[in-house]
Design a protein around this ligand. Sequence first.
Ligand code: B12
Length: 288
Amino acid sequence: MKDLLTPKQVARCIGVSEASLKRWCDKGTVPSIRTAGGHRRLPLNGVMQFLRQTGYPIVRPEILGLPATTGRGKETIERARSQMRSALETGDEPQVARMVFDLYLARHAASDICDQVIAPAFLDIGARWQHGEIEVYEERRGCEVCMRVLYQLRRLLPSLSDSAPQAIGGTLESDPYTIPTLMVEIALREAGWRADSYGIGLPFPTLCAAIRAVRPRLFWLSVSTIASTPDFLPAYSKLYDTAVECGVPVVVGGRALTEEIRRAIQYSAHGDTLRHLISFAQTMNHRA
Ligand code: B12
């Protein structure tokens, strides 16, 4: 995937003349910039947003770095949900990518694709691993495929404004789950936040240090597993106090935050899904 495209490439991709494409650039219908030499260049994410809004059919998706079959049919959440598990289990990256990008082009939010298609597929994969129906390598390979496709999706999101509010987050020490925290980053970026996941396995003290140094407008914690509840509770409490001291709201979510744990901790918001997170983040952004 190249991040800047020429008018000729985009024209070939959607089957229109280069002259029409250049005209659209000049009218601002498609976002474009000029090189130092005066040539028009189109940012990939701007082209993607144009295609989403206009529904222009993609004739040559490979020019945008998308799988060759992208845009050949109308993908629905229901159909993708039933096919995603097997595509992930078999490591069929082009198929996973095609489903994700077709849904995105059909104007489904990236956060809904994560909540309603990818997360349920992994729930099934986990159950099938538990029952000995698939091998560990199949699950692990599916995670790698998913991460690569999510990073591609992230590059297609609209550009963020300089005044976008900042959000940071990640997972705790002993929590190796990479997918949910990346999904949170994508969901917040889609909602107009300058969101950065600091990754997995972060000790509590370093998260406190990050909150103090960065002072983001929002901090998230994705909790998929808790190694020891007696250790977690006081350490989390210190983290929350640090955030309050710095005026930073803490949003928590993830499979390990059972009702029992949630009753024992404080937080600004909890979400079962990315959609919950976005609802909260939108109310915060309006107060900016
Ligand atoms: C992939 C996977 C792994 C991989 C992860 C690799 C990676 N790169 O991330 C690895 C190999 C690390 C792994 C290890 C283990 N795993 Co595992 N794993 C899974 C699996 C299949 C998918 C997890 C996943 O990423 N799902 C996709 C995400 C996106 O879904 P999600 O977490 O639900 O997130 C959604 C919401 O929770 C929410 N959300 C999440 N974070 C946040 C944050 C905020 C702020 C908000 C608002 C919302 C939010 O939004 C997300 C999108 O909708 C799950 C099955 C399952 N139930 O999901 C098992 C599962 C969690 N694993 C399990 C087990 C048993 C293990 C191991 C013990 C296996 C072993 N014997 O070694 C180890 C333990 C590791 C540890 N230290 O805890 C069990 C847990 C059972 C239990 N009750 O605790 C499960 C449920 C499988 C099963 N059915 O048995 N695992």
